[in-house]
Design a protein around this ligand. Structure first.
Ligand code: NAG
Ligand code: NAG
Ligand code: NAG
Ligand code: NAG
Ligand code: NAG
Length: 432
C-alpha cells in the first residue's frame, strides 16, 4: 500500500515536468512488485478493500495519463529530431548551392574571365580584393590557364594589382632561374601580346630578385636572361630548329648583361644544363611555342640585291636577325657589307626581269631614303642611298619564306624593341 502511494506521488511529480517522465518509468518498473495489478484491463482483483480499489483506479488513470505524456514526449523528440535533420540538410543544401555557384563561376571565368570574377564577387563567393582574387587564380582549381593569363594580362590598374599579388604568391627563394621560370610559366598561359608579356615578365623578374637578392645586379638582367632561357628552350628542343647552340655559345650570347659585367659561368652552365635535360612545359601547349609568339625567326641565305646608285644585281649572303637584314659578300665575312633596319619598312612582291622579286620600302613616302648603312670598298661606313631595296630570291618558295620571315620581323616589332631597349640599358652601363 505504501509502495503504491509512493508511486502515485512520484507520478504526480513527474507529470508536472515531462523531462522526468523517463525516470518515473524506471522508478515505476523498479518498484512495482505486482505489475499485474497495474495492467490496464479493468478487472479488479477481488481481495481489495474499497479504498484500495479506489487507489488502484487512481493509479490506472495516472498511468494512462503518463502514457499519453510519454507519447507526447516521443512525438516531440521525433519532431525535434526531424528539425535537426532538416537543419543539417538545409546546411547541406546551402553548401551544395554554393558549390554549384562556384562551379558556375569557374565556367564563366573560363569563357570570359572578367565576367566570371564579377559573378563570383556578386554572389559573395569571392572578396573583391586583389589578394583574394590572386589567391583564387593561384589555386587555379578548375580554371583554364589561358583564361588566367588573359585576366592577369589585362591593362586595367586593378588587374595589374592582381597580377602583382599573384606573382607574390610564388615562392622563388633558393630556386635557380630555370626552376623559378618552370613554376611561373606553369601557373598560367603567357598571352601572346608583347605588352602583356613585358608586364608579366617584369613582375616575375622583380619577384625573383626579391626572393634571391644578390644573384643579379638588376631586374633587367633577370628579365633579359629569362628570355634568353626561353629562347634556348626552343633552340634546343624544337625539332624545326636545326642549329642547336652549345653551352659556350649560350655563355657568349649573354655577355655583359649583368649591368655591363658578365654573369658567373657556372650559373649560366647550370641553367643551360637544366633546360637541355628537361624542356619547359607550358600549359595549353599547342605546339606554337612561346618563342614563335614573340621572337623574330632568323633566316639566312643567298639573294640578289639591286644596287642603289648603280642598278646592277649583286649576289649577297643575307642574314635576318634582331629585326635587321644584314648582307655579306661572302658567308665567312665578319663584317657585313650593309645593314638594313626593318623598323618602319613594308614589304611587297614586285615584277622584274629577275624572277621571284620583292621590295622593301617606306610606306606613304616613296622618295624618302631608307635609313641604312653600307661599307664602301675602302672600308668606310656610309649611309645607304636606297629609296627601296629590290631583292630577288633563287626560287618562288624561298621568296615566300623570306617575305614571311621579314613580315613577321616587322610586325613583331614591339617586343623586339622592348627587349632591345633593355639590352641597350644594361650594356650601356659598361661604359660607366
Ligand atoms: C571590384 O573593385 C574594383 C576596384 O576596387 C572595381 O573597379 C570593380 O568594379 C569591383 N568589381 C565588382 C564586381 O564589384
Ligand atoms: C582553355 O582555353 C583555350 C582558349 O579558349 C582553349 O583553346 C583550350 O582548349 C581550353 N583548355 C581546356 C582544358 O579547356
Ligand atoms: C620549350 O620547348 C618545347 C619544345 O619545343 C615547347 O613545347 C615548349 O612550349 C617550350 N616552352 C617555352 C616556355 O617556350
Ligand atoms: C620609325 O618611325 C618612328 C616614328 O615615326 C621614328 O621615331 C623612328 O626614328 C623611325 N625609325 C627608323 C629606323 O627610321
Ligand atoms: C643618292 O642617289 C641619288 C640619285 O638616285 C643621287 O642624286 C644622290 O647624289 C645620291 N646620294 C648619295 C649620298 O650618294
Amino acid at each position: 500500500m505504501i509502495r503504491v502511494l509512493i508511486l502515485v506521488v512520484s507520478l504526480f511529480a513527474c507529470s508536472a515536468g515531462r523531462s522526468c517522465a523517463h525516470k518515473c518509468i524506471v522508478h515505476q518498473s523498479g518498484h512495482i512488485a505486482r505489475p499485474s495489478v497495474l495492467a490496464t484491463d479493468k478487472a479488479m482483483p477481488d481481495d481489495l478493500t474499497p479504498e484500495e480499489q479506489q487507489e488502484l483506479e487512481n493509479i490506472r488513470r495516472r498511468k494512462q495519463e503518463l502514457q499519453e505524456d510519454i507519447q507526447r514526449l516521443k512525438d516531440e523528440i521525433a519532431e525535434v529530431t526531424s528539425e535537426i535533420e532538416n537543419l543539417g540538410s538545409t546546411e547541406e543544401r546551402k553548401n551544395m548551392q554554393r558549390n554549384k555557384q562556384v562551379a558556375m563561376g569557374r565556367k564563366k571565368f573560363n569563357m570570359d574571365p572578367k565576367k566570371g570574377i564579377q559573378f563570383l564577387i556578386e554572389n559573395d563567393l569571392l572578396k573583391n580584393t586583389s589578394d583574394d582574387i590572386a589567391q583564387f587564380l593561384y589555386k587555379g582549381e578548375g580554371l583554364n590557364k589561358t583564361a588566367i593569363g588573359d585576366y592577369l594580362g589585362e591593362r586595367d590598374d586593378f588587374n595589374i594589382q592582381v597580377l602583382h599579388a599573384f606573382v607574390e604568391l610564388h615562392e622563388f627563394t633558393d630556386l635557380n632561374l630555370v626552376q623559378a621560370l618552370r613554376q611561373f610559366l606553369w601557373s598560367f598561359r603567357l598571352p601572346g601580346e608583347a605588352q602583356k608579356i613585358d608586364r608579366m615578365m617584369e613582375a616575375f623578374a622583380q619577384r625573383y630578385c626579391q626572393c634571391n637578392p644578390g644573384v643579379f645586379q638588376s631586374t633587367d638582367t633577370c628579365y633579359i636572361l629569362s628570355f634568353a632561357i626561353i629562347m634556348l628552350n626552343t633552340s634546343l628542343h624544337n625539332p624545326n630548329v636545326k642549329d642547336k647552340p652549345s653551352v659556350e655559345r649560350f655563355i657568349s650570347m649573354n655577355r655583359g648583361i649583368n649591368e655591363g659585367g658578365d654573369l658567373p659561368e657556372d650559373l649560366l652552365r647550370n641553367l643551360y644544363d637544366s633546360i637541355k635535360n628537361e624542356p619547359f612545359k607550358i600549359p595549353e601547349d599547342d605546339g606554337n611555342d612561346l618563342t614563335h609568339t614573340f621572337f623574330n625567326p632568323d633566316r639566312e641565305g643567298w639573294l640578289l640585291k639591286l644596287g642603289g646608285r648603280v642598278k646592277t644585281w649583286k649576289r649577297r649572303w643575307f642574314i635576318l636577325t634582331d629585326n635587321c637584314l644584314y648582307y655579306f659578300e661572302y658567308t665567312t665575312d665578319k663584317e657585313p657589307r650593309g645593314i638594313i633596319p626593318l623598323e618602319n619598312l613594308s614589304i611587297k612582291e614586285v615584277e622584274d626581269k629577275k624572277p621571284n622579286c620583292f621590295e622593301l620600302f617606306i610606306p606613304d613616302n616613296k622618295d624618302q631614303v631608307i635609313k641604312a648603312c653600307k661599307t664602301e670598298a675602302d672600308g668606310r661606313v656610309v649611309e645607304g642611298n636606297h629609296t627601296f631595296y629590290r631583292i630577288s630570291a633563287p626560287t618562288a618558295e624561298e621568296k615566300e619564306e623570306w617575305m614571311n620571315s621579314i613580315k613577321a620581323a616587322i610586325s613583331r616589332d614591339p617586343f623586339y624593341e622592348m627587349l632591345a631597349a633593355r639590352k641597350k640599358k644594361v650594356s650601356s652601363m659598361k661604359r660607366h
